[in-house]
Design a protein around this ligand. Structure first.
Ligand code: ATP
Length: 240
């Protein structure tokens, strides 16, 4: 398929003396949706935070074939990598539109003033945000808030979008709606690294998957194969 966008080689992350993510190899190819599934405390959030430069890491990271010696948040934003954290971190007393404008700030700073065009593109991806552009973020439903968090990240035109548990706290129908939009991002040239505890929903939209347990990748492969893997079914999917 497409060429590698993000490659991790022996990438590990520690909190003090405790290694929370043991050396992992992971790849996201251009145009791919890759999911990392695993139980509470497996190290999924830690992994995304370190890729984003929020935590120091050891080992190798390459973006588009170029080595990133030491990731920093500013550097990763400039590389067009975006992270939507688990807590979504919206500005509740600001409107949907203003939250989106803030997300476009990295582009604006680089002199790209096409914020309104980009906003229209985000509204085309999430029509619900367009309908509610003047509404305060704090008054949105859980699903709409998640859409706004993703939409805000998309304002900076990321080539790699990292999502930390977008399904958290959402009803199953809404999870499907949000993840279907995530799947559609391929067509917009966005690659996605999706961290999820909701393994079934994640495996249904992803191309490939990694299973992370206590900081180590214990299984990886095509998402559709993992959906039928006996160990994944037993541990993560349960009876259908
Ligand atoms: P969850 O799905 O519950 O968010 P996770 O897979 O994202 O879990 P992490 O939050 O990355 O897991 O946690 C991985 C390990 O690192 C856990 O053992 C956790 O207790 C530990 N950890 C997380 N944050 C810190 C921190 N700031 N200081 C020390 N240890 C931490």
């Amino acid at each position: 398929m497409h060429k590698p966008l993000l490659q991790l080689h022996g990438f590990s992350v520690s909190y003090g003396a405790v290694e929370a993510v043991h050396p992992v190899d992971l790849e996201v190819r251009s145009g791919e949706i890759v999911t990392v599934i695993g139980p509470n405390g497996a190290g999924k959030t830690t992994l995304l935070s370190a890729i984003m430069g929020l935590l120091p890491a050891r080992g190798g990271m390459e973006l588009d074939g170029r080595r990133i010696a030491r990731a920093t948040v500013e550097g990763m934003v400039a590389e067009r990598v975006a992270l939507v954290p688990e807590k979504r971190e919206l500005f509740g007393d600001m409107t949907v539109k203003d939250n989106l404008l803030l997300g476009g700030f990295p582009l604006w700073r680089k002199g790209q003033r096409d914020q309104s065009q980009r906003m229209d593109e985000v509204y085309a991806i999430f029509p619900r945000l367009g309908e509610r552009c003047a509404q305060l973020a704090s008054t949105l439903s859980g699903g709409e808030r998640q859409m706004l968090a993703i939409g805000r990240a998309l304002m900076a035109r990321p080539r790699l979008l990292m999502l930390d548990e977008p399904s958290l706290g959402l009803a199953p129908l809404i999870v499907r709606e949000v993840l279907n939009v995530v799947a559609s991002l391929r067509a917009h040239g966005v690659s996605v690294l999706l961290v999820e505890q909701n393994a079934r929903a994640a495996l249904r939209v992803a191309d490939r998957a990694y299973v992370l347990e206590t900081g180590s990748v214990v299984l990886s492969g095509a998402a559709r194969d993992l959906l039928h893997d006996a160990r994944v079914i037993e541990t993560y999917l349960g009876a259908v």
